[in-house]
Design a protein around this ligand. Structure first.
Ligand code: ADP
Ligand code: MG
Length: 393
């Protein structure tokens, strides 16, 4: 994989930059511009070298089964102009797009329409990729968060042009790779969120390579249930494979009582008749719902955070949308304000909690790396690479 930092003599050359501007839009307004912001350094880098920049992205699901166009990237084009002067072009291959590209001056930026409005994007279509390649002189992948998808602009297009990794993509690979090979020790993995089956490969992998694995979020419900605790009406997903994990790793239930790897919450916050109650995991009643991990569990993790040299955290520790955000915010605070440990944070939901806090209160220190991927980050953390990254090699 070659970095764009290696690029020379690109003045007047056309860069086709695959970005992930698949951002939430409501009433024609971009609600969260985190991903747009993250692509700006690469755009500016290419601009400073005098290139012409053509941005391509998907948005939403694109074409419907009956062939009607999906969402337009126009609102994104407007949001992008808060950061950089850019022109939105409402098609990909039509005359408007061709004319716009032909008339570009050095350092100009244009954003083409939603790639998924062409069915070629998601059908590994060689012709589609070929037509895209004709628009430019070289290709840049600055779309880490879609690089787990075998979409034409991600895996076929880089084979047809000289291809480079954008600055954020390079940072993602550099930082996420810290957990592979020889991670710094002690290495703590904190895992929350929901849907046991999607997180199971991570649990298995990091029970091998991390020194401690703390499980929170709805995933902890799966474990507590499998251990025979009453979990009331709490959310649980399919727990296939959990017995084997528990057989090979007897979980810790008390702070620091040995060298056990797997650590489960010792208390939780439940909602019961609209009240939030902190209680031991052994005291949950049938009509209660676990929303968050409890105070004692947070205290239990703190010393692990202090002694670790590397921390990986994926997934929120509670149902943060409905008041179960206390533990997640507390741990973020510890990591942001008190810790200098190299910490990698990933997962769409966890990152959205963090970026809301960041915009209000916090300035992130360089020891914290926040991954832009959701599914892509999970896949990278399991496999150490992604189809879109392989295609750059
Ligand atoms: P990420 O996107 O950060 O990887 P996930 O998508 O795996 O995280 O999980 C996020 C979801 O998990 C959120 O919708 C959150 O409400 C849910 N969740 C976490 N803890 C609980 C809980 N105790 N009960 C119900 N839902 C929970
Ligand atoms: Mg999620």
């Amino acid at each position: 994989m070659q970095s764009i930092k290696k690029l020379k003599n690109i003045e007047g050359k056309i860069a086709l930059v695959r970005v992930d501007f698949n951002v939430p839009i409501k009433n024609d307004k971009v609600e969260d511009d985190f991903r747009i912001k993250k692509a700006i350094p690469t755009i500016k880098f290419l601009q400073n070298k005098g290139a012409k920049i053509v941005l391509i992205s998907h948005l939403g699901k694109g074409l419907s089964a009956s062939g009607t166009s999906g969402e337009s990237l126009l609102p994104v084009g407007i949001a992008l102009n808060k950061f950089i002067k850019a022109k939105f072009v409402p098609n990909i291959f039509g005359k408007i797009a061709c004319d716009a590209i032909f008339n570009m001056k050095n350092k100009d930026v244009i954003l083409l329409e939603n790639l998924r409005n062409d069915k070629g994007e998601q059908s590994l279509n060689k012709n589609f990729a070929k037509n895209l390649s004709k628009l430019a002189d070289f290709y840049v992948n600055e779309a880490f968060s879609v690089s787990h998808r075998k979409d034409s602009s991600i895996v076929l297009l880089p084979k047809l042009l000289d291809s480079y990794a954008g600055l954020q993509l390079e940072e993602e690979v550099k930082n996420l790779s810290l957990v592979f090979k020889k991670p710094k020790k002690p290495f703590l993995f904190i895992l929350g969120g929901a849907k046991f089956s999607t997180k199971m490969p991570l649990i298995q992998k990091y029970l091998k390579s991390a020194d401690n694995v703390f499980i929170g979020g709805a995933l902890a419900n799966n474990f507590l249930k499998a251990k025979g605790f009453e979990i009331g009406k709490s959310l649980v997903s399919d727990s296939k494979g959990i017995e084997k994990i528990l057989k090979n790793n007897s979980p810790l239930h008390k702070a620091m009582d040995g060298q056990g790897k797997l650590i489960l919450p010792i208390d939780v916050v439940v909602s019961s008749k609209n009240k939030f109650i902190n209680k031991k995991v052994s005291e949950i009643k049938k009509n209660e719902t676990i929303l968050d991990i409890g105070k004692e569990s947070i205290k239990m993790i703190e010393p692990y955070i202090k002694k670790s040299k590397l921390i990986l955290w994926n997934g929120p520790l509670g149902k943060y949308e409905s008041g179960g955000d206390v533990a997640t915010k507390k741990i973020i605070k510890i990591l942001v304000l008190q810790s200098n440990t190299k910490t990698i944070i990933g997962g769409g939901d966890l990152v959205s909690v963090l970026s809301k806090l960041e915009s209000k209160n916090y300035k992130l220190k360089p020891n914290l790396f926040v991954s832009t991927g959701g599914g892509a980050t999970l896949d990278f953390l399991v496999n150490g690479t992604l189809p879109g990254i392989k295609a750059l090699g």
